[in-house]
Write a protein that binds this ligand. Structure first.
Ligand code: COA
Length: 191
């Protein structure tokens, strides 16, 4: 991988809520694992619901490394300085994977987890809003994709009602357990 660095300084701050998104440092790994290991957070996420604590530790440790070009970028969500969730891009790659390296425009797959006790305060909306802005402005993404399962009403409502993004229902459930997809394209003003 080209240009691996440990960049613990990257922080996205909200001006609406006492909320900030920080790249996890090695010391944050246990907090990230605790969030990933909570079954209430992974009910609809096939990529982590059956993972062992060691596998979750490896996942969270990987997030402490920033790669250039980016292939993922995940943040720990802090609310009133306490870690309450995880958000960011679990995957960053070519918009059209069939074009391979010929396609220089990047897409990102975004996600959000908020611990049950912190839900209902607008944290997911504000955290994802910051992630979308960061993805378009700083990472130069052309497209952001969000996936979920149709049984996940909170996520469905968050994307469709709160963000106002059209829901695409896919014919089959993908390998992450998703049958709903939202695609957000880079707004004109960021070009
Ligand atoms: C989905 C999730 C992230 C929402 O987090 P949250 O911080 O409680 O969400 P917010 O408070 O920002 O809510 C924003 C909007 O989402 C929708 N929403 C959130 N919870 C909802 C619920 N229980 N029922 C219906 N709609 C809901 C509403 O439209 C809400 O806007 P409103 O409060 O103005 O009505 C949270 O439930 C979660 O972490 N679930 C487990 C992980 C997961 O499934 N993540 C999605 C996969 S990427």
């Amino acid at each position: 991988m080209v240009g691996q660095t440990s960049d613990s300084t990257l922080e996205l701050k909200s001006n609406k809520l006492p909320l900030s998104l920080r790249l996890p440092t090695f010391d944050d790994v246990p907090a990230a694992v605790e969030i990933l290991a909570n079954k209430a957070n992974s009910e609809f996420d096939k990529s982590i619901c059956d993972a062992t604590p060691e596998e979750l530790d490896a996942v969270a440790t990987r997030w402490t490394i920033v790669t250039d070009p980016p292939v993922y970028r995940n943040f720990l969500v802090f609310y009133e300085d306490k870690p309450v969730g995880i958000t960011g891009f679990g995957w960053i790659g070519p918009c059209d994977e069939s074009q391979g390296s010929d396609d220089s425009s990047l897409a990102g797959a975004a996600g959000i987890i908020v611990q049950p006790l912190a839900r209902g305060k607008g944290i997911a909306y504000e955290a994802l809003r910051l992630v979308f802005e960061y993805g378009f402005r700083e990472l130069g993404l052309k497209e952001i994709r969000v996936g979920s399962h149709s049984g996940n009403l909170p996520m469905w409502m968050l994307m469709e009602r709160k963000f106002g993004v059209k829901t695409i229902k896919t014919a089959e459930v993908d390998r992450f357990g998703n049958d709903l997809l939202w695609i957000i394209t880079r707004p004109e003003e960021v070009l």
